[in-house]
Structures are given as C-alpha cells and as structure tokens.
Design a protein around this ligand. Structure first.
Ligand SMILES: Cc1cc2nc3c(=O)[nH]c(=O)nc-3n(C[C@H](O)[C@H](O)[C@H](O)COP(=O)(O)OP(=O)(O)OC[C@H]3O[C@@H](n4cnc5c(N)ncnc54)[C@H](O)[C@@H]3O)c2cc1C
Length: 426
C-alpha cells in the first residue's frame, strides 16, 4: 500500500464504518408506518454529512496531510469526488425520506433552504462535466469561489434540520455523525474565519518581469525577509500581488526556478482574467504575498529510468526539475516537450543546453502543427519498446494526461509509476 493512497483509504473506511454503525446500532422502531424508509433516509443523510465534512476538511489545505494523498492537487481531486458523492447522495436521501406536506416543522424548511443552497453552489461546479449543461458558460472562477464560501452555512443548516424534524431515535449513530459535523464546522471556520492567523503568508517583491513569448510572463520574486521554507523542485505556491485589486487574488502557480536559486520564478500563461491582467500590468517593484510550497510532484522520489512529458504551460514543473539538475542527476531522463507551434515554446535554448550538458538527460521538443502529435507508441519505442521499468512524469492539458495514462497502463506500466500534476482545482 502506497503512503499516498492512505488518505483516500481512511475516508473510504470511515464511510463504510458509518454504514456499519447505522446497521449495528439501528434506531428504535417507534411503530411508524414509514419506519424503514425513514431509517434508510437518515442513514443516507448521515453519509452526506460525513462526505461533506471530508470536503470541508480538505479545503483547509492541510500541508501535513499531503503525503497521504499525493499532494495538494490530488487532495483537491478527492475534494471534488467527496463533494460530488455527497451531492448525489443528497438526492437519494431526498427521494428516500418520507416527505409530508402537513405539519411541517422548522427542520423541514431548513432542509429546503440547505438543499437549494447546496444545489446552487455545487451545480455550476459540476456543469462542465455534465452533457448539455457543459454548453452553458458557467461563472468565472472568482465568482464561483465567492459563492462557494457559503457552502459551510448550508452544511450547518442541513445538519440542524435533522435535529428539528420528526426523526428516529438512534443515539449512537447520531453521535457518530456529530463527530463529523464538528470536524466540518471547525474546518469551515478555519477556512473562512481564523485560518489566516495560522497560515504562513510570506512577503516577496517582484524583482523582474520577462515575457518569453507573447502570452507567457515569467515573474521573478525576491523574499523581503526570509524565503518560503522546505521547497522541493516541482512544487507550487499560491501568489497574490498587492496594490492592484484585480491581482490581489490568490492563484496557484508552479515554481519554475530551482530550490537552490536565491529568487523564486513562476511562469504564467495568460488564459483568463487574472493571468491576462498579470501579463499586461504586473510591474517590477510590486509587493507579493506567497503561500506554500505545496505538492508532491517530485522526480527525485522516482526510479532510475524516467520519462518526463510536458504539454504547453505544463512545462513549468519540468523547468524547475531541469534547473535543479545542477545539484546532480542520478536518473536517466528522456524529456518530451510538446507545443503546437514554435512560438508557443518557452526556454527552448535552456532545455537544449541542459541536454548537451547532462549526458543522462535527453530532450525532444515537438511542434505538433508541423511534426504531428506526440504519441505514447513513439515514447515507448524510444524507451526500447518496454516502458514497464520507467517512471512517467506528466504535466499538461488534462485530456492529454488522461489519454497518455490509459495507453501507458495498457502497455503494462504499473499505475503507481505514473505521476502527474493537474493545473485545476475546481
Ligand atoms: C497546482 C497548480 C499549478 C499551476 N501552475 C501553473 C503554472 O505554473 N503556470 C500557469 O500558467 N498556470 C498554472 N496553473 C493554472 C493557473 O492557476 C490558472 O491558469 C490561473 O489561476 C487562471 O486564472 P485566470 O483568472 O487567469 O483564469 P480563469 O479563466 O478565471 O480560470 C481558469 C481556470 O483556472 C483555475 N483557477 C482560476 N483561478 C484560480 C484560483 N484562484 N485558484 C485555483 N484555481 C484557479 C480554475 O480551474 C479555472 O477554471 C496551475 C494550477 C494549479 C492548480
């Protein structure tokens, strides 16, 4: 069992345990006609509370938990899964519990508000993954994030509704779920109220701005006091820039410099409001606030033979890896960097210079518009026909990563040898 799977395993065990608690310590049968439906509905409602509390806990970004999930980006993937499962179970709960329109209690009104609130917040997140709904243009990330801040209030309301309806008496099961409710509430308050007192926000200044092409900005940052601690090549940070309302939003970016450099560099592709504004307006001398470093995308933990694959702006963790080679290379690395056109590629000279300098580092740069798309078959052929003893590191567009992962697994590569970084938290 890999350490990075432990977090998800614990979550699954706790969900199973919740079901077991409801089965082993059932509620008292008070003789009502709808007892079984109410029993099943309450158990399902409990699962919603447990899953939502996991999601709220993960949104606190607990750095200490990163090794148990494989990094903060993977924790956000788990967050997405637990939230989606909670959302779906909420509908099943609603269909299971007997609903009456007579003698409504305050808890019934609370349930309605909580349900509508959760649907309004979660549906826009899921919309891009639902056929038909994905054609609608959803909210921007920032407005989605603002809306998301209220999820905890609906979580609390949802739990309180259970205490204010004509529910069953299930002392042990209800107390078990209460533990998760408390974890969820503390996590929510941590994120929205008091977390700022504990998080380490490190002051930096923008020392220089470079534009390696007409859509990418390299931001060079120098620490005002001490630098961020314990950084590894390939990790990412959260950065915001002061003095400009549009840029005073915390966004994640991979650190493209190496840990031994005395500055931090991030390389940012202009693709939305924040990044376009940064491309056009960020100036040297601007103050920045940095939080991090996060992430477990680390070539040093991989085996002897490695294949690195970067697509587009997914080059950034590999820039950090390549710049880190100065401290020694103990692996045989074949690196593929694929972009559509020559103009999109950044730091090509530096990559080629590294390939000349380090015997064990080979680089292939692919312009797909003229050379055709990079394929897994070609990568395997270059690896001597057998990829099974390699570790693969990938960063780039999600469809590319998913397609490559599938093909590598089909070619016999163990799934635990495939490492990737996802540039998406939503
Ligand atoms: C771990 C990680 C590392 C990344 N490293 C890099 C990098 O090195 N270089 C680079 O160019 N990009 C990187 N990104 C992507 C970068 O964070 C987004 O492109 C940027 O935040 C987009 O913001 P926007 O307002 O310009 O675009 P929008 O159009 O508003 O957002 C585009 C998408 O970016 C994501 N996003 C937007 N705002 C945030 C936010 N505040 N927090 C989290 N996600 C957000 C959302 O998925 C959103 O759908 C990384 C993302 C992650 C998660």
């Amino acid at each position: 069992m890999k350490k990075s799977n432990l977090g998800n395993l614990v979550f699954i065990l706790l969900v199973v345990l919740t079901v077991v608690v409801w089965i082993v310590f059932p509620p008292i049968d008070d003789g009502r006609e709808t007892f079984m439906r109410t029993y099943a509905g309450e158990a399902l409602g409990s699962l919603v509370v447990v899953l939502m509390s996991f999601s709220l806990f993960l949104s606190t970004r607990p750095k200490w938990a990163e090794p148990y999930f494989g990094g903060l980006d993977k924790m956000y993937m788990t967050h997405r899964r637990t939230s989606t499962s909670a959302f779906l179970l909420l509908f099943v709960h609603l269909l299971t519990v007997p609903i009456t329109t007579v003698n409504l209690r305050i808890g019934n009104y609370m349930a309605m508000i909580a349900f509508l609130g959760i649907v309004a917040i979660v549906l826009p997140t899921l919309a891009p993954r639902i056929p038909f709904l994905n054609r609608l243009s959803g909210p921007t990330y920032e407005s989605w994030k603002k809306l998301h801040r209220y999820i905890g209030l609906f979580f609390i309301l949802g739990y309180l509704h259970a205490l204010n309806v004509n529910g069953l008496s299930a002392f042990i099961a209800i107390n078990w779920v209460q533990i998760f409710f408390i974890i969820g509430v503390i996590s929510y308050l941590y994120v929205e109220v008091f977390g700022g007192f504990f998080r380490k926000y490190v002051p930096y200044t923008v020392e220089a701005i470079n534009h390696p092409n007409n859509s990418v900005t390299e931001v060079v940052l120098r620490a005002k006091k001490g630098p961020i601690k314990k950084q590894r090549a390939g990790q990412f940070l959260f950065a915001r820039f002061l003095g400009d309302k549009e840029m005073n939003e915390s966004h994640p970016f991979t650190i493209s410099s190496a840990p031994h450099e005395d500055v931090l560099r991030v390389t940012v592709k202009a693709c939305g409001d924040f990044t376009r504004h940064l491309f056009a307006n960020l100036k040297a001398g601007t103050d920045a606030v940095i939080e991090g470093a996060y992430g477990m995308f680390d070539y040093k933990t991989g085996g002897q033979n490695q294949i690195w694959i970067a697509g587009g702006i997914g080059i950034t963790p590999f820039l950090s890896f390549i710049r880190d080679l100065e401290t020694g290379l103990n692996h045989d690395v074949t690196f593929y960097y694929t972009v559509r056109h020559r103009e999109e590629a950044v730091f090509v000279e530096e990559i080629e210079a590294a390939a000349k300098k380090y015997e064990r580092f080979k680089a292939h740069i692919r312009y797909s518009s003229s050379d055709g798309s990079l394929t897994v078959e070609e990568i395997i052929k270059n690896a001597g026909g057998d990829p099974t003893r390699h570790d693969i590191y990938m960063c780039g567009p999600l469809p590319m990563i998913q397609a490559f992962e599938r093909k590598f697994v089909e070619a016999g590569l163990p799934v635990e040898n495939i490492h990737f970084e996802e540039f998406n938290f939503k």
